[in-house]
Design a protein around this ligand. Structure first.
Ligand code: HSE
Length: 323
């Protein structure tokens, strides 16, 4: 992709601006490997202003400020270009400011936020954007850019999503999660690359594990909507967390300790963040779960307490929106 270097189609005017907020996401939710996801109320804000042909200026504030590229390989810029290409348009020139708060490489969907944010910026800026980049098309394009659909779907649709891939690309359905869910995250200071985590998975799993996992994954939908009492059983995974435990030993130990207390805890996405779900008006509400996480980390000893940031993060009902 090269800003300003493509054939001119229906290119929007210089000076046009758009600002988009896009949420963090937690994918997998235990057994829903590569399909289940939840949007979380931690949002990156992306601001775009179109400049004259070929000009490109990128400011990154917060997460990734010192590490992400500031050229046309920037993930938001590449995603914007992919969105514009849907209308045979191109970005003339661009000033992009990214206010990043979603931690990078922690399993909270920062790359999905960049991809979905870039596509939604394109939708806002280009002629006919809302007609061309429907929510369905956004999920499909974002899946193409990300490689799998489970993080991008909640970043587009908000709430809880079940996503899958089809010959025509990524697809997803949004489900309204129960408003009593009170997620708590324990975010390690050290990142883990999703690609490395994916390489740890075996090519095949025992049939009995696959069968048991299918039951738990199916249970996720009632458990997160109107059968909250099933949350602990529904979040039991047999496909990925144990295979990756050496890549995130402290997180794996934390999940194990919390689950032994009856708390629905799992690795968020490819890790290493841990997400545990409290339920309001019960003995294990968000506050109690947060206290249990802090206590379990202290019991792990060593540097566990200082190696994690623990906080409650509400479910985000909206996906990416223009503001
Ligand atoms: N489902 C992915 C994985 C992470 O666990 O590798 C999020 O896309």
């Amino acid at each position: 992709m090269s800003v300003g270097a493509q054939t001119v189609g229906r290119t929007p005017g210089v000076g046009a601006t758009a600002t988009v907020k896009v949420p963090a996401t937690s994918a997998n939710l235990g057994p829903g490997y590569d399909c289940a996801g939840l949007a979380l109320a931690l949002t990156d804000t992306l601001e775009a202003r179109l400049l004259g042909d070929g000009e490109l200026e990128i400011d990154v504030v917060g997460e990734g400020a010192d590490s992400v590229p500031k050229d046309d390989s920037h993930l938001v810029v590449r995603s914007m270009a992919r969105g514009f290409a849907e209308a045979d348009a191109h970005i003339p020139g661009l000033h992009l400011t990214c206010h990043n708060v979603i931690p990078h490489g922690r399993g909270l969907g920062s790359s999905s936020a960049a991809i979905v944010g870039g596509l939604v910026l394109a939708r806002e800026l280009m002629p006919d954007g809302h007609r061309i980049l429907t929510a369905e098309r956004l999920v499909s394009l974002a899946t193409e850019l990300e490689g799998h659909p489970d993080n991008v779907a909640p970043a587009v649709l908000g709430g809880m999503t079940i996503a899958w891939t089809h010959e025509a690309g990524g697809r997803a359905i949004r489900i309204s999660p129960n408003p009593r869910l009170q997620p708590v995250v324990a975010i390690p200071t050290e990142p883990l690359a999703t690609q490395r985590a994916r390489e740890l998975l075996p090519a095949a799993v025992p049939h009995a594990d696959a069968a048991a996992n299918a039951a738990r994954a199916a249970l996720l939908v009632p458990a997160l909507t109107n059968h909250l009492e099933l949350l602990h059983e529904a979040t039991h995974d047999l496909l990925h967390q144990d295979y990756r435990r050496f890549a995130y030993p402290q997180s794996h130990a934390l999940v194990t300790a919390l689950r032994a207390l009856g708390i629905p805890a799992m690795i968020s996405g490819a890790g290493p963040t841990v997400i545990a779900i409290g339920v309001s008006d019960t003995g294990l509400d968000g506050q109690a779960v947060e206290a249990a996480v802090v206590k379990a980390l202290a019991a792990q000893g060593g540097s566990a307490t200082s190696d994690f940031r623990v906080e409650q993060l509400a479910v985000a009902n909206d996906g990416a929106v223009a503001i």
